[in-house]
Each structure stands twice: as structure tokens, then as C-alpha cells.
Design a protein around this ligand. Structure first.
Ligand SMILES: Nc1nc2c(ncn2[C@@H]2O[C@H](COP(=O)(O)OP(=O)(O)OP(=O)(O)O)[C@@H](O)[C@H]2O)c(=O)[nH]1
Ligand SMILES: [Mg+2]
Length: 327
């Protein structure tokens, strides 16, 4: 259960709030009974609320620190990963271990928020992967304030919009040597997979984050599906079939010289590839990855299948956090 802002006697915990990558300034939040930890970490004894100080964090670093509420303090050391790691380790020794973010109430993490919905929105904004989520999330506090009744269709739309926060899993599947990896590499703009004019080139599936016109997905390029493969390839195919079963979007691909693949479930989209070598009329979209033909259409179809434009344009509220029911 998230702890309450008014419970000042709860044990102190820390939350590194900046990414674990190099940065100029880092931010570590302290929540709970922060006074004792601040005193032990620095040489300063009095920590009135609202005053920002330049202090030494033990022998580790120098930086800014301030108590922004009786039970919340912010430490701003230099943002090098090693400085942050050492400071977090020292805080644990001083009695402020790292907390799970879900155990700290959003109002405590975002004291600047005007209400619970705005605090939940800021928490979601901080972890949303897709650029398309930003404006939509920023508008949610207003929508929830003026909200009409929340209907079943709002719930379904909300589950699709959640894909803007947690990237959906997209799996590309087809026969060997039809250009799956060449297409994947074209979408990534770099060589994620090896490509070769030989069936069975891709074995273990490869994956990466891909921005499809503002929607970030986790894209999977898989080995070509065929019988008679050796033991290693058979195992790679079995792994890929598991992925296909759990995909949020399954994309079938083939070229003019191969049949459609037999997949463990019906694909959401059918892509014809290598169109310069031969066309086919029974696909949703046709692409030629080396020339780029059809790629923009494919990106739009993929994005619209996962997050329909009507959902993005809908003026109703999005239940982007399960706790909104109680808000
Ligand atoms: N002419 C032409 N060749 C292509 C096109 N796309 C891919 N190729 C070539 O087709 C061959 C197979 O491409 P891959 O991308 O390795 O095919 P794959 O489906 O990933 O193959 P596996 O990993 O073996 O299943 C390579 O020689 C590519 O250069 C295309 O649009 N036109
Ligand atoms: Mg391949």
C-alpha cells in the first residue's frame, strides 16, 4: 500500500528519480522520516522546510539538498552514475533503502500536483515510452475533472491507449528468405539482424524499440518458419512461435514467390515483401525495403492497428492508472 503524506514517522526510504545514465545533475528523493538521514549524511543539523542548501554528501560529493515538506527531501548530487550509486548505497547504510516507486504515494512524489489525478498523470508521464502519450496525458486532469460517466467503451479505449505508456509487442513472422530482417533493419535504420540470400539466416529472434510515428513498440524479427530445419533452428523457431502467441500485434510477411506462413494464430496484418521481384494482390500493404517503397504506409497501418486514430482524437478520459477509480 502506498504510504500517506501525513505519516511523517514512517521509516525513511530513497528513490533515485533520474535515469541510471550519465547526466549533469541527479535527483534522489527521500520519503518518510527524512530529518535524521539528512543530518547523518551531511554536517548540517537543522533542516527547515523550504530551504535549499549546498552541502557535502559525506565524502562522496557536493550538491544541493532541501526539505520540501516535513516528510520529503530532495538530494541533487552530480549526475554521474557512480556518484549516484555510491550515494544510494550510503543512504541504505544510513537507514534509507531504495523503495519500489509503487510503494510511495503519487502525491508524495509530485507535491506540485494540484490533485490526485494530476499526481498520477505525472507519475505515468515519467514512465511513458511514446511521444504520442505526452499531450494526451497532460490533458487528462482536465478531462477527469469534467468527466461524464466512465463507460465500458472508455475502458476498452483506455486499454489500447495504455500502449502509449508500455510498448506493445509486435512480432514479424514469415517463411525464410522473404526479407523479414531487411525490412526490420530498414525500420530501425540500422542493422539489427544479419541479412543474407540464404534461408535460415536469422536464428534467435532479435528485438528492439521502434518508434512508429510517435508510438514506441517492441519489435521482434524472427527466424523463417520451415520444416526440416536442424535442431538449433527448430528450437529458435519454437521460441519465436511462443512470441507469436503472446504478441499484441502479429504481422505475417511473404513475397510473391512464397505462400503465406502457417501461424499459431490469425495475423493482424499481412505484408507483401520484395515487390520489385514480384507483386501479390492479397496483402494489406506491399513493401520493398531496399528502395523504401511502402514503408511509410506500413508504419501508419501498424500504428493505427495498435492505437487507432479515433482513440487518439476521442475527447473522453483515459484511465491510465487503475487507481483512478478511487480518485
Ligand atoms: N530484390 C530484393 N531483395 C531483397 C528485398 N528485401 C530483402 N532482399 C534480399 O533477400 C535476401 C533475404 O533477405 P533477409 O532479410 O535476410 O530475409 P529473411 O526473411 O530475414 O530470411 P531468414 O532470416 O533466413 O528467415 C537478402 O539477400 C536480401 O538482400 C527486396 O525488397 N528486394
Ligand atoms: Mg532474417
Amino acid at each position: 500500500m502506498p504510504t500517506s503524506a501525513t505519516d511523517r514517522r514512517r521509516p525513511c526510504v530513497c528513490l533515485p528519480a533520474t535515469a541510471p545514465t550519465p547526466g549533469a545533475i541527479g535527483l534522489i528523493e527521500l520519503h518518510g522520516d527524512v530529518a535524521g538521514v539528512l543530518e547523518r549524511l551531511t554536517t548540517v543539523r537543522a533542516w527547515p522546510v523550504g530551504r535549499l542548501r549546498l552541502v557535502r554528501f559525506d565524502e562522496i560529493d557536493e550538491g544541493l539538498a532541501g526539505r520540501i515538506r516535513p516528510d520529503v527531501a530532495h538530494l541533487m548530487p552530480h549526475g554521474g552514475p557512480r556518484v549516484m550509486q555510491r550515494l544510494v548505497a550510503r543512504l541504505a547504510e544510513l537507514g534509507a533503502p531504495v523503495a519500489d516507486p509503487v510503494d510511495v504515494a503519487p502525491r508524495d512524489r509530485y507535491p506540485e500536483a494540484r490533485d490526485e489525478v494530476e499526481a498520477l498523470m505525472l507519475a505515468t508521464l515519467a514512465r511513458a515510452h511514446s511521444p504520442l502519450a505526452v499531450d494526451l496525458l497532460l490533458d487528462q486532469p482536465r478531462r477527469w475533472r469534467d468527466r461524464p460517466a466512465f463507460a465500458a467503451e472508455d475502458e476498452e479505449r483506455s486499454r489500447r491507449l495504455d500502449r502509449l505508456v508500455d510498448p506493445p509487442r509486435v512480432v514479424l513472422a514469415g517463411p525464410p528468405n522473404v526479407g523479414k530482417s531487411t525490412l526490420s533493419n530498414a525500420l530501425f535504420g540500422r542493422a539489427l539482424s544479419i541479412t543474407l540470400d540464404r534461408p535460415g539466416t536469422t536464428r534467435d529472434y532479435t528485438r528492439g524499440w521502434l518508434d512508429l510515428g510517435g508510438l514506441v513498440v517492441q519489435w521482434h524479427d524472427t527466424p523463417g518458419l520451415r520444416d526440416g530445419a536442424d535442431e538449433i533452428e527448430r528450437r529458435a523457431i519454437a521460441l519465436a512461435v511462443d512470441l507469436m502467441e503472446s504478441a499484441d500485434l502479429l504481422v505475417a510477411i511473404t513475397d510473391g514467390g512464397h505462400p503465406w506462413p502457417v501461424l499459431p494464430r490469425r495475423p493482424h496484418l499481412r505484408v507483401a515483401s520484395r515487390t520489385d521481384l514480384g507483386e501479390r494482390a492479397d496483402a494489406d500493404v506491399s513493401v520493398c525495403a531496399p528502395s523504401g517503397d511502402g514503408i511509410a504506409d506500413l508504419v501508419r497501418l501498424l500504428r493505427d492497428a495498435l492505437v487507432p486514430p479515433d482513440d487518439l482524437a476521442h475527447p473522453g478520459p483515459w484511465r491510465f492508472d487503475a487507481r483512478l477509480e478511487r480518485a
